[in-house]
Design a protein around this ligand. Sequence first.
Ligand SMILES: [Zn+2]
Length: 160
Amino acid sequence: MDEQAIRELLEQVKDPEIPALSVLDMGIVRSVDLSDNAVTIQITPTYSGCPAMKMISDDIVSVLSDAGVSSPKVEQVLHPAWTTDWMTDKGKQHLKESGIAPPCAKPDGDIVAFPSPPSVACPFCDSKQTERKSEFGSTACKALYFCNSCQQPFDYFKAI
Ligand SMILES: [Zn+2]
C-alpha cells in the first residue's frame, strides 16, 4: 500500500465535530509515513482539549487496520498549531455553508480562543458586526456568536 492508498482510506475518516468533512478536508493530517514497513499518521488537533481527537485517532487506526495495514500508529503533533490554511477549499466552503465561522489566528499562528468583536466575520454575510453570546455553541469546540447585521446566530469554531 502506498501513500496515495493510505490517503484514500483517510478520506473515510470524518471529523466528529463536522461529519461532512474528512480529516483530510480539515487539514488535520500532517504527514503519512510509510518507512520501515510501518504506517505512522501524524495529526495536529484543531482543538487541543477536544475529546474528538481521541475518536479521530481511534477511527484512523480502525480504518487502516480494516484495510489490512498492520499496527498503524497515530502521533499527535502540536506545533505548529493548526490553522484553517491547512483545510481544503472544500473544507473551508463547507464550514461557511454550514454557518460556522473558522477560527481566527494571530499573525504568529496562535489560534485565538475568543477573539473580541469585530474580528469574527459572520459566515452568512461577512459582516464583522458580531458578538459572542456564549462560550459554548452546539458542541464544546464551538462558541455561539450572533451577527448584528443579518440577525443570525452562528457557531465560531474555537479550535484552540
Ligand atoms: Zn451576518
